[in-house]
Design a protein around this ligand. Structure first.
Ligand SMILES: *[C@@H]1O[C@H](CO)[C@@H](O)[C@H](O)[C@H]1NC(C)=O
Length: 509
């Protein structure tokens, strides 16, 4: 009996510890992307999986089960871009220019990653993996790693899909109601907005298909042993985890292997540093948090905009906590400056009344999660869309960066602080983002393990993914029907013409 028990114990133990080997590829050297990637990696390691983590950053602490392969050179490639994202220049440039820049930047990152010795050694090592997880961001060449290791691939998208990604993965994304995340429209568009979205959607898809994919194809040929053909590898992901949620982004049609895990990065509030805790506790009239995220630096605000902010805050009875990267002399006593703020933990404090943000997706989600109304000063990528959504759903107010003055900022703050609808709406959304069948991080892990258990998930692939875009949209059928319908009509017209000609001839005779 005892022996049986011991046997059972070991059986369950072995069954429980179904640890897998996971290769996680991440190329984007910005703080918010790293937060998302490392959160997934950490949680997988915690569950006992062995994760090989290709990353732009070297973490100083060794974590059990994580085999880091830091490629710090990635940061150097990105740095000209970071410099460019100094506030004064980002507003300029058409949506198409922005899309092209993002595409090209990520091509360079992919090229650096694939050609790197450490990655080449990994490719030659023929290590056994169970799954490859790719942080998917205009880096299609990296799909070839999964092909090389002959394992299923799980994609992770850090925001709702760009239109060229939806096109490549055959996700339904009609320009009529799925917004282009670089524009500033929500899904409810009037005629001109749909026209604009259709135009940019088409340009961005054509650009990626014709200018970028051939380059990625070349990368695969050059750097992956075995001369794989990228065009045969594309669009074969088992599952895609998308960092979006209906509480913050809009509902869009989801194919069966697309899973929304938006908000998974938000952790239970951690204790704050003493001075910060005291500052928040000692603000009986409330606190406003002001942070433009990790890439955009408030230091780069031109003098007149900085002054507009300070003058606005000086008039308030509330205190202001401002993420600002250097000291400002002669500040009013109600403004506290810190070069880094643990935004999500601070937002959890009951005295926080409003959040002035650049509208990045992570910040927006944190504001929604903690039910703090937003004042958005969007600058680039998806920020305009996020803030347009906040404004149209009345849980935030937009202040355009160009028109940022004491007057516009005061008006926006006055609205979110004094009109109760903003607080009510964002608290309703806070309930929605928390109301899930399971915690989004658990859901992410569930689907990764699901793909490992079933060695892929071809049964989740919908048949439309195997069609060309013109077949999927029935354009071939429409053309055929038009042809079949038009042939008899043309024939009838021709015959009629002949007959009437003949009649005229007869009459003349
Ligand atoms: C597509 O993925 C499955 C595993 O999920 C794999 O068996 C198959 O070989 C892949 N196809 C190509 C062309 O890579």
């Amino acid at each position: 009996m005892l022996a049986l028990n011991i046997l059972l114990f070991f059986a369950t133990f072995i069954g429980f510890c179904s640890c897998s080997k996971i290769l996680f590829l991440s190329q984007l050297p910005t703080k918010s992307h790293y937060i998302l990637a490392s959160k997934l990696v950490k949680e997988m390691a915690k569950k006992g999986h062995e994760v090989t983590f290709i990353t732009p950053y070297a973490s100083t602490t060794q974590v059990k089960n994580i085999n880091q392969i830091p490629l710090e050179g990635l940061q150097k490639i990105f740095s000209p871009e970071t410099a460019r994202v100094s506030i004064s220049t980002t507003e300029d440039g058409t949506p198409m220019q922005k899309a092209m820049e993002i595409n090209q930047m990520n091509y360079k990152l992919s090229e650096f990653l694939l050609s790197h010795d450490k990655v080449q050694n990994l490719l030659k090592s023929q290590q056994p993996f169970d799954v490859v997880i790719l942080y998917y961001y205009f880096n299609d060449a990296l799909l070839a790693l999964a092909h090389h290791f002959k394992v299923p691939v799980v994609l992770f998208a850090s925001m709702p899909l760009y239109v060229s990604e939806s096109f490549l993965l055959s996700h339904p994304a009609p320009s009529s109601y799925v917004p282009n995340i670089i524009l500033k429209h929500t899904g409810h568009m009037d005629f001109w907005q749909r026209l604009e979205t259709s135009f940019y959607d088409t340009c961005m898809i054509l650009y990626y298909q014709w200018a970028m994919l051939p380059k990625h194809h070349k990368l695969v040929e050059n750097f992956i042993p075995g001369k794989s053909d990228l065009y045969k590898i594309l669009n074969n992901e088992s599952v895609i985890l998308i960092n979006s949620h209906v509480s913050v982004n809009e509902a869009v049609p989801m194919v069966p292997n697309a899973i929304e895990i938006g908000g998974f990065h938000i952790e239970d509030p951690k204790p704050l540093p003493n001075d910060l805790q005291k500052f928040l506790d000692d603000s009986p009239n409330g606190v406003i948090i002001f942070s433009m995220g990790s890439i955009i630096r408030s230091v780069n605000f031109p003098e007149e905009k900085r002054k507009a902010c300070i003058d606005t805050f000086a008039k308030l009875k509330l205190n202001v906590l401002w993420k600002f990267e250097e000291n400002i002399a002669g500040l009013p006593p109600n403004i506290k400056i810190m070069d880094w703020i643990p935004v999500s933990d601070v937002l959890a404090h009951p005295n926080v009344k409003a959040f002035i943000t650049h509208g990045g997706l992570l910040s927006t989600m944190e504001g929604v999660y903690h039910g703090v109304p937003l004042v958005g000063i969007p600058i680039t990528v998806d920020q305009k869309m996020n803030i347009a959504l906040a404004a149209s759903n009345e849980y935030g107010v937009e202040v355009s960066y160009k028109e940022l003055t004491e007057e516009t900022l005061s008006q926006a703050l006055d609205a979110v602080l004094n009109n109760p609808k903003y607080k009510q709406n964002i608290q309703r959304r806070s309930k929605i983002i928390r109301d899930r069948p399971m915690k989004p991080i658990d859901e992410a892990l569930y689907w990764i393990e699901y793909v490992i258990r079933h060695q892929g998930a071809p049964h989740l692939r919908y048949p439309g993914a195997d069609l060309n875009w013109f077949q999927r949209n029935l354009i071939d059928v429409a053309a055929f029907v038009a042809f079949v319908a038009l042939v008899p009509i043309f024939a009838a017209i021709l015959i009629l013409k002949r007959l009437t000609k003949n009649k005229i001839k007869h009459k003349k005779e």
